[in-house]
Write a protein that binds this ligand. Structure first.
Ligand code: NAD
Length: 431
């Protein structure tokens, strides 16, 4: 079976060790085995030429012991039930690592969204909400953007939900345009948070940004904001890649003009997606995406998709540390090899939690009607994320375990407590 097919098994293979270390009871082990629900729908879309296409879509709700489910919606040709379930599992862990009152969910549609016109894409986005209207809601399950879904798409989805409900429900979705109740700072939050985690770790090591080189796989929303803010903080970004290729400059790249260049065409033509690539850059060396993963840098940032580092390419990794902005970019077996090579991994459930923290703040603002400034949001993001990251780092260093294990322990402990607090097991025990 390919690694893609067994994503959930691969993700869960890390759990037995965590359960044993925490000595959790069987209730928790059972509840972690599978998502509570996976909803599947066929989403019909009237195409611009009058024909009808039907796209498969999913919403997986892994667990809601700590609060309503929370998780993004992905549009991608490779989406399937296994991927969506796995992403909902990681969302559950992530929300608990950073102590948010949410469970985990994820949604997806199997589609090549870049082949659709803007109107077809809007009809698909609205169709997704019509298909899953009954199972989501501001107190039940709150979606957000993920790969190939963005602020524009969240706006259409929030509008569709409100149309069906016959009143405005801004708290149904986060990552909306600010004009519809979206939070200041949400678009940059994942990249900003990842930088905060990296800086908290680097401070402990006495490492200075000016002396650190970084390569970024995945120059999309999360990767771009990370790279832009890291450059502003003094780090040297030496390489960037996207789905079409990679660029490299030992003296350092400036992410901002590269992003602007990549998106100029999109804005001019009112497109939802950017069809250009970092490869359009001249005056820089071009390289393959695989070669970027093998660069000798202080930090390799993985901000594209799952399974970027597997047993096939882990031996080529020469970075001192990996910052996981993507969900699940390193397989469980590759993780073991990285540990043997003493490569530090700052794990996804911590490193990319900035997005869901600001989504939580957006949800609070929507529910209270009290809207906050970007500087206040960024301050709250830093307080919550760095505070929880420091707890993980202390635990890892105190117990001599890696950061992923420390983050998983922090998360599972909290979920287990919620399960135990709401359960009935003690009524059935003999003592
Ligand atoms: P995005 O679609 O904006 O960007 C993804 C980028 O990865 C694109 O530039 C794409 O071209 C590139 N890419 C795809 N395959 C690649 C490959 N083989 N090599 C190099 N680049 C490749 O998506 P995003 O929102 O930036 O999300 C990226 C990752 O971060 C995903 O795993 C997502 O689940 C995770 N994440 C995102 C958020 C968020 O708020 N956006 C929050 C948490 C986690």
């Amino acid at each position: 079976m390919s690694e893609k097919k067994s994503l959930l098994n691969d993700a869960q293979s890390r759990m037995e060790d965590i359960f044993d270390r925490l000595d959790v009871d069987d209730d928790v082990r059972h509840q972690f085995k599978q998502p509570r629900r996976i909803h599947q729908a066929a989403i019909p879309v009237r195409m611009d030429d009058g024909s009808l296409q039907v796209f498969p879509g999913w919403r997986a709700q892994y667990d809601q012991s700590r609060g309503p489910c929370k998780g993004g919606i992905r549009f991608h040709p490779d989406v399937d039930a296994d991927e969506v379930a796995t992403l909902s599992f990681w969302m559950m862990l992530k929300c608990a690592v950073v102590n948010l009152p949410f469970g985990g969910a994820k949604g997806g549609v199997k589609v090549d969204p870049k082949s659709l016109s803007r109107l077809e894409l809007e009809r698909l986005s609205r169709g997704y909400i019509r298909a899953f209207y009954d199972v989501i809601g501001p107190n039940r399950d709150i979606p957000a953007p993920d790969v190939n879904t963005n602020e524009t798409i969240m706006g259409w989805m929030a509008d569709e939900y409100s149309e069906i409900a016959r009143h405005k429900v801004p708290a149904i979705i986060t990552g909306k345009p600010p004009a519809m109740g979206g939070s200041a700072g949400r678009t940059a939050a994942t990249g900003r948070g990842a930088l905060q985690v990296l800086e908290a770790w680097a401070r402990r090591r006495g490492m200075q940004p000016e002396n650190m080189t970084i390569a970024v796989q995945g120059f999309g929303n999360a990767g771009y904001h990370f790279a832009r803010l890291a450059k502003e903080s003094g780090y040297r970004i030496v390489a960037l890649s996207d789905s079409k290729g990679a660029i490299h400059a030992r003296q350092g790249l400036d992410p901002e003009p590269i992003w602007q260049h990549k998106h100029k065409n999109r804005e001019l033509r009112g497109m939802v997606y950017c069809q250009s690539s970092v490869c359009a850059e001249s005056d820089v060396d071009h390289m393959s995406q695989d070669d970027l993963l093998a660069l000798d840098v202080d930090v390799l940032v993985l901000a594209a998709l799952e399974n970027a580092i597997t047993t096939d390419n882990v031996d080529q990794v020469r970075a001192g540390a990996i910052l996981e902005i993507a969900n699940g970019p390193v397989t469980a077996d590759a993780d073991k090899s990285l540990a043997r090579k003493k490569v530090t991994v700052l794990p996804d459930v911590l490193a990319n939690a900035g997005g869901v923290i600001v989504s939580y703040l957006e949800w609070i603002q929507n529910r209270t009607g009290d809207y906050w400034s970007e500087s206040y949001i960024n301050e709250r993001l830093a307080d919550q994320l760095v505070g929880q990251a420091e707890l993980c780092f202390d635990r890892a260093e105190g117990e001599n375990i890696d950061y992923r294990v420390a983050a998983y322990l922090q998360s599972v402990e909290r979920i287990a407590l919620a399960i135990a607090s709401s359960g009935t097991q003690r009524y059935f025990c003999s003592e």
